[in-house]
Design a protein around this ligand. Structure first.
Ligand code: SF4
Length: 158
């Protein structure tokens, strides 16, 4: 059958972000998957034990996660990434829809660690861990490509 899809919980509007808000992303792919009951929402940072709201955090050049107060929160972010992989594998997930530019969920581009808004190439810790586990990751600014790829995966799975 068709596989469930992991999604960053904030993209469904859940108030799990650092600032206590959601980041709802209206898109036909998300609407359809939601209506079909195929979405598995997860916030890796909350799963890793962090509260909401929390200070914003960015990855530094050594792949440590440092929050705006200077605290090293790498352990919680790494725990959340592990939980995301375990959840995905337990449900047979092949593809994940992730919030762009997050130090956890970002795909391809993330903030550069200077809290200045600058972006660099790279993945967040959860996106990286999912990809390493063989799960295809798409950011929410690439949902048209995600929809095409998911249609292919669904066809192959009959
Ligand atoms: Fe959204 Fe991911 Fe940040 Fe959680 S960790 S708020 S799911 S971007």
């Amino acid at each position: 059958g068709r596989r469930p899809v992991l999604i960053s919980a904030c993209l469904l509007g859940r108030p799990v972000r650092f600032d206590g808000r959601g980041a709802a992303r209206p898109h036909p792919l998300i609407d359809d998957l939601h209506a079909e009951g195929r979405l598995i929402p997860l916030c890796p940072e909350m799963a890793g034990g962090l509260p909401t709201p929390r200070p914003p955090a960015e990855l530094d050049s050594r792949r440590r996660v440092i929050d705006a107060t200077g605290a090293d929160v790498t352990a919680a972010f790494s725990a959340g990434a592990r939980i995301a992989v375990e959840t995905a594998l337990a449900h047979g997930v092949r593809l994940a829809l992730l919030k762009a530019r997050s130090p956890s969920c970002g795909v391809g581009r993330i903030h550069d660690g200077s809290f200045s808004g600058r972006l660099i190439q790279g993945d967040g810790l959860t996106a990286e861990a999912l990809a390493t586990a063989g799960i295809e990751v798409f950011a929410d600014d690439d949902l048209d490509n995600a929809a095409r790829r998911l249609a292919e995966i669904d066809r192959l799975n009959g």
